[in-house]
Write a protein that binds this ligand. Sequence first.
Ligand code: WTA
Length: 656
Amino acid sequence: MSQPTIESILHEERLFEPSAEFSQAARVKSLDEYKQLYEKAKANPEAFWAELAEKELHWFQKWDTVLDWQPPFAKWFVNGKTNISYNCLDRHLTTWRKNKAALIWEGEPGDSRTLTYAQLHREVCQFANALKSLGVQKGDRVGIYMPMIPEAAIAMLACARIGAAHSVVFGGFSAEALRDRLVDAEAKAVITADGGWRKDAIVPLKDQVDKALADNSAPSVQKVLVVKRTGQEVAMQAERDVWWHELQPKMSADCPAEPMDSEDLLFILYTSGSTGKPKGVVHTTAGYNLYTHITTQWIFDLQDTDVYWCTADVGWITGHSYIVYGPLSNGATTLMYEGAPRASNPGCFWDVIEKYGVTVFYTAPTAIRAFIKMGDEHPNSRNLSSLRLLGTVGEPINPEAWMWYHTVIGGERCPIVDTWWQTETGGIMITALPGAIATKPGSATLPFPGILADVVDLDGNTVGNNEGGYLAVRYPWPGMMRTVYGDPDRFRRTYWEHIPPVDGKYIYFAGDGARCDEDGYFWVMGRVDDVINVAGHRLGTMEIESALVSHPAVAEAAVVGKPDEVKGQDIVAFVTLEGSQTPSEALAKELKQHVVSEIGAIARPGEIRFADALPKTRSGKIMRRLLRSLASGEEVSGDTSTLEDRSVLEKLREGS
Ligand code: WTA
């Protein structure tokens, strides 16, 4: 039931139209209106985006060129001056929204807090001044390693306000992973908390920061700011560490937003790719602001009465774009939840919806599949009638899970937007506009206006309807990543040369396989590279392999994904050992734990398979295709003639 298969979705003929009532009140009301927008944007993308930029954002100074495209490097709104923190906060203070709830926070265990726009603005200004007082300046980078608490959003907005770029590192990453990211970004300061709540336990975030910085191994970091959250003892280093609650109240609430150049660095967010080292995805100020603003508004159909909840963590792009920047830029009420569904509290999401009257709910297929397993009695015993729109993101959704979401959570009345996008794209690229586009379970439907998405072959030719190919984008868009931090060559190679430019026109290669049906609907099939998607978390197989071979017992490792009912995919590691080592349960356990401490719990292999040797071609390349089949328990099919030693395969089979 996990990943949609070609067969299951080829036979998917159900079509769900939004209700007339929903469409009439929607931001985009009909398929015709969507088509007009799409055609208008396609005919003249620059004019389309310029009109929106003028109407939707505040500018200290207007741009002089909409797009400067030196493939594959784009600059949007050249010479414009704006500030995303101003757009998210200050401009709402002169309207009735001043005392509207900007951020509703539901914490663990049982805490809650609501900040109005005026209050959030004040906190952000004070914290921006706190950063300045510690020597953080425009152009510096700041690491954020925090639980899901309001201070995480405040920290991001405060960095943006003074022109320091943030690099948020998901709180589930290990000290090692954190260090790598801080070093690559040359972060000057780190903002963290003593600890964070994760499934009834405390994650010792500050201890992890201490480990990451031990022995001066991230020498750029001069200051560590610590929020008191869980209250346990932590070691504070006199010159370096500062408590948030001691500094913040001393700070003035007057901190005008710094006019930033459109192309000034807004943030770096690390993500996994095909090679070992995570890439620092670079997003800049104005284009990202505009793109997240308008996608949030149209896709989540924001109305002033909405209570909008995206369940992602701010450590991922979804949290950046659709908890913090997109909703706040629109003056919406955004909800942030510190908890996570777990056996001890299987109804917690539905409690939050009931408690706050959530109207728009955005989550991941993996969560939906976990809820199906937990049983319908949990949502059925809560009042979910406030919901009017649902969304999913992060991985393909199987039609069964889609139907359950539609029926049990949406009461058959809420449209579902299945949103395809990536850390690199900044915002949602392919999705239904809920009042305009009928949905098919398992399809992300149609591209957002201004996005020239296509399914192509490796020469860049559009493939026929229902033929599989590579998901690609044929024209730049404002929210696109600008480069890989410190490695423009890698940016060019990874995304723009995989499919060579056609007639000098560059094509963005997303790394996903897809097909388009006869209605132009996109069906995303999953990654075509060495990236696996475990519970909606993106992991590079090479990253996990490097972690494994850094253990002294391991000679060689090959990691593949296998289908998993709830997580979509699970990690299987094939491992050969150093001569003196013998396979054992205890060693398997130790190796799993080793990966956890190198990367984080999200990368823990579900299974370690010891092998005498790995199947390789004569030129020494590991044949992952075979390992994938073995891991999934499928027959190994296709060409095995290039295999160097056929007995290796036989042995692996016997061992399974
Ligand atoms: C996958 C998350 C199918 C895809 C926003 C992509 C999806 C990767 C969908 C990016 C979807 C995301 N349908 N697949 N609706 N949304 N993906 O960078 O493989 O964490 O390339 O960004 O998630 O993951 P990332």
